[in-house]
Ligand binder design. Structure first.
Ligand SMILES: CC(C)(COP(=O)(O)OP(=O)(O)OC[C@H]1O[C@@H](n2cnc3c(N)ncnc32)[C@H](O)[C@@H]1OP(=O)(O)O)[C@@H](O)C(=O)NCCC(=O)NCCS
Length: 164
């Protein structure tokens, strides 16, 4: 597995992973798919802010997953806190890809001078909660029924990890 910064030609693979998660899981609380332009704008926006978008590639250079972080909240006082996202394609899960991405992402955040990384996870997402716990995150919040998807109210678990 190789972990590296995403380049423009990775965006279609990132789009596929994102849309699969959006359409089939409760990990993204959107109801529909997004366009290639949407993900290109998102990637460009992260680059403009000097924030990382990482991909993990496997056999033959296939993109198996990606991870990124961005501002937790827009107000000045939160500028040392970031919120992460991590997605592994169906078929590549449970093989250490998420862990590999998170280890590099955390190091990038530390080197960037950030102090805390936050993860906001649907409470039933056992793999993501396990991954984040494995990466040193602790649960610091549980917000009942703040989301609605697939006709169900969803709870949000907040986890965080100190970076300093
Ligand atoms: C959550 C996700 C990113 C985890 O990535 P992954 O590559 O499958 O996870 P890894 O193989 O690196 O596993 C990391 C740790 O989590 C644990 N874990 C992974 N899947 C698990 C599962 N289904 N049940 C319990 N624990 C699990 C592993 O045991 C591992 O710990 P270990 O090192 O002690 O064995 C991946 O399942 C995914 O993309 N899911 C859909 C999208 C999503 O939910 N993203 C997160 C949004 S908050």
């Amino acid at each position: 597995m190789i972990i590296r910064d995403a380049v423009g030609s990775d965006i279609p693979a990132i789009l596929d992973i994102y849309n699969d998660a959006a359409l089939n899981t409760t990990s993204i609380w959107n109801d529909g798919a997004v366009s290639l332009q949407n993900r290109e704008r998102w990637w460009q926006d992260r680059r403009d802010q000097d924030l990382p978008v990482l991909v993990a590639t496997g056999e033959g250079g296939t993109v198996d997953g990606y991870a990124a972080f961005g501002p937790f909240r827009p107000h000045d006082g939160y500028r040392f806190t970031v919120e992460n996202s991590v997605y592994v394609r169906d078929g590549a899960r449970g093989q250490g890809v998420g862990r590999g991405l998170m280890d590099v992402l955390i190091e990038r955040a530390r080197l960037g001078g950030f102090r805390v990384m936050v993860a906001a996870i649907e409470s039933g997402n056992t793999p993501s909660i396990a991954l984040h716990r494995r990466c040193g995150f602790v649960q610091t919040g549980h917000m009942p029924q703040v989301g609605l998807k697939f006709g169900r109210w969803l709870d949000l678990v907040l986890m965080q990890r100190a970076l300093a």
